[in-house]
Design a protein around this ligand. Structure first.
Ligand code: NAP
Length: 251
């Protein structure tokens, strides 16, 4: 864990140990944030990334564990954040969970797991707002949704429902935060090269790629660049969904 500095802004990235989340942590540290790398199961990856960020000349980092499916775990995370960081200036709700199965094969337990990560995202945001951002009167909340929340996707019904809901959450919360310097936005990525997409069968990957006018998948850094922009600039963007998908869908 790097040393706390009262003046240094802090960014919390959920699911920071892997994929897009790790790229966001690196990019935000390069922008001078002290980064809270949240993880659930990817402890080794999160600790390795933390060591990398602490030893670099970037803003430093610490790790923090919680299961978004468990509200008590999130209460404990926010308590720990109080002592580990004392502030949260940017919250990147990046963690997500998907089960690939067609409608008739999907069971209630699978549906509940996908939906309870969304419930946890809502609850964590509420806690971070209450404990940190409302008191300070400023903050940035960046929700990582998905193009499939807009286009739909066969075999991912609960996931697409949750991602569409996350963009609705962005819009509704932005409307509640009237007159405050707390900006809430979504970034809806298209197809990004990470472990989540590696798991898709080859023929599905090829079908998706055929729909991308840029003719390639995104690298996680290309999503993290937009996260960094919203975290540090983007001062008049609020309640928006930024589509980052190589031309697949324009919103
Ligand atoms: P990933 O590497 O599988 O990341 C998913 C992250 O979510 C992991 O770090 C995981 O943490 C965390 N997570 C899952 N369930 C959790 C739970 N119950 N509690 C806490 N954390 C949990 O995939 P990714 O591609 O980087 O995805 C990052 C985000 O981008 C997700 O929201 C995903 O839906 C979205 N997205 C991805 C793509 C794409 O093409 N890759 C496209 C559009 C949107 P642990 O590993 O520590 O358990």
């Amino acid at each position: 864990m790097s040393e706390e500095n009262d003046d240094q802004p802090v960014a919390l990235v959920t699911g920071g140990g892997t994929g897009i989340g790790s790229a966001c942590c690196r990019r935000l540290a390069a922008e001078g944030f002290r980064v809270g790398i949240h993880y659930r199961s990817s402890e080794e990856k999160a600790e390795k990334l933390c060591a990398e960020l602490v030893s670099s000349s970037a803003g430093g980092a610490f790790t923090i564990k919680a299961d978004l499916m468990d509200s008590e775990s999130l209460d404990a995370l926010v308590k720990e954040l109080k002592s580990a960081a004392g502030r949260v200036d940017v919250l990147v709700n990046n963690a997500g969970y998907n089960v690939n199965a067609p409608m008739l094969a999907m069971n209630l337990d699978q549906y509940d797991k996908v939906a309870s990560v969304a419930r946890g995202t809502w609850y964590l945001t509420k806690l971070v707002l209450r404990r940190f951002m409302m008191r300070k009167g400023s903050g940035r909340i960046i929700n990582i949704s998905s193009v499939v929340g807009h286009t739909g996707n066969a075999g991912q019904i609960p996931y697409t429902m949750v991602k569409a809901g996350l963009d609705a959450f962005t819009k509704s919360l932005s409307a509640e935060l009237v007159g405050r310097d707390i900006l809430v936005n979504s970034i809806a990525p298209g197809f990004v090269a990470t472990e989540m997409t590696d798991e898709l069968p080859d023929e599905i990957q090829e079908q998706i790629l055929a729909k991308v006018p840029l003719g390639r998948v995104a690298q996680a850094d290309e999503i993290a660049d937009v996260v960094a922009f919203l975290a540090t600039r983007g001062s008049y963007i609020h309640g928006s969904v930024l589509h980052v998908n190589g031309g697949m869908y324009g919103g």
